[in-house]
Design a protein around this ligand. Structure first.
Ligand code: SF4
Length: 379
């Protein structure tokens, strides 16, 4: 078995953002302690049923939520638990998601000492106005400060998450955001289109007409502009939403798109081991209770039939800009993609959404923004 990627979900946040529909939030201390105890239990129980050869991991990703809100002792305790039950390769990529404003000099140094070598900062935007629309309580200045503090502490590998399609966001403010983002020279950038979820304060403001629906064509224009600028700035576009300096692609996230195994701990976390995909209960409360009562918190499982694995590998592989190597795919899955999906691929090519050349199937530039239409063809 290839080494695992280990994901740990920390649903704790300092406040609730206006667009957020995750099961995350502000929880009282007893709840956080109970959650962390349940996590330790899940890590121990999961590792106990694996054979000793299957206990190796080469990436750890602590996401959320805002895991950087936890104090260094708690994070250290969590990482020690993982290291106690799994063999973590010395060169492992260890990522922590962080909110600008939660990073101090002491915390940055402590993270580095704990072995964290990659931080993903939820910058979202470099406009104070857009930050307010999103209900983010950090400032633009704090984004730069966090990057500087992390660098000083020796964490060079920093990602900035950015959002486009924020209601009222203009092309001009996006250009400025890109200027600011590139000037910080992060090793990695992720750009996502904001999704407005029903039931969030942001959706309510749109319904009341306080904010205007983002214009889809403008959002696509923002994405296109980012592609141009990222390329000019020397970033490799390696997945629909992800860009990195050479050698700094997220090794953990690449596992999701390369049909590699991962273990997820905590509420909502997903796991995959080639045989099945499974996921945990969504809310922290349900997760803690299930761990207490039955020693596991699995909410659902999907067995990986041969067909499902092929469909997943194709869809996930297409997310990568390197595309799907048709010969390697046939060697790995025993399927000739052109034979099996010839008709579908012909219409996708005709629609200008995918292209095939040099034995590689990949999304076109148009296909990048309409990727879901492409993926729907394979299920
Ligand atoms: S920090 Fe992230 S997870 Fe937490 S409330 Fe904001 S968007 Fe949601």
């Amino acid at each position: 078995m290839a080494p695992w990627g280990i994901y740990v979900h920390i649903p704790v946040c300092p406040y609730k953002c206006a667009y957020c529909d995750f099961d995350s939030g502000v929880y009282p201390e007893p709840m956080v302690s109970a959650y962390l105890a349940a996590l330790r239990e899940e890590i121990a129980r999961t590792s106990a049923v694996l054979s000793p050869d299957d206990l190796v991991a080469d990436t750890i990703y602590i996401g959320g939520g805002t895991p950087s809100l936890l104090d260094p002792e708690t994070l250290g305790d969590l990482l020690r638990t993982i290291r106690h039950h799994f063999v973590i390769r010395p060169e492992a990529e260890i990522t922590l998601e962080a909110n600008p404003g939660t990073i101090t000099v002491e915390k940055a140094r402590a993270l580095r000492q704990l072995g964290v070598n990659r931080v993903s900062l939820g910058a979202q935007t470099f406009s104070e106005r857009d930050l307010r629309v999103l209900g983010r309580r950090h400032t633009v200045e704090q984004i730069g400060e966090s990057v500087a503090l992390l660098r000083e502490a020796g964490v060079e590998n920093v990602n900035l998450d950015l959002l486009i399609g924020i209601p009222g966001q203009s092309l001009g403010s996006w250009e400025q955001a890109m200027d600011r983002a590139f000037s910080l020279r992060p090793t990695h950038l992720s750009v996502y289109m904001l999704e407005v979820h029903e039931g969030t304060p942001l959706a309510a403001q749109l319904v009341r007409g306080v904010l205007v629906e983002p214009d889809e064509a403008l959002t696509v224009q923002m994405y296109d502009r980012f592609l141009e600028r990222a390329e000019a700035e020397g970033y490799e576009h390696y997945e629909i939403s992800n860009f990195s300096h050479p050698g700094f692609a997220s090794r953990h996230n690449l596992k999701y798109w390369s049909d590699e195994p991962y273990l997820g701990f905590g509420c909502s976390a997903h796991s995959y081991d080639f045989r099945e995909r499974r996921w945990n209960l969504a809310t922290p409360w349900a997760y803690v209770e299930a761990m207490r009562e039955r020693g596991e918190a699995v909410a659902g499982r999907i067995p990986m039939t041969e067909q499902r694995r092929i469909e997943d590998a194709l869809m996930l592989g297409l997310r990568r800009r390197s595309g799907v190597d048709l010969r390697a795919f046939r060697d790995r899955y025993g399927v000739d993609v052109l034979d099996r999906y010839g008709d579908q691929l012909a219409s996708l090519c005709e629609a200008g959404l995918v292209e095939i050349g040099g034995g590689i199937l990949r999304l076109t530039r148009k296909g990048l923004v309409l990727a879901n239409e492409v993926f729907a063809v394979f299920v």
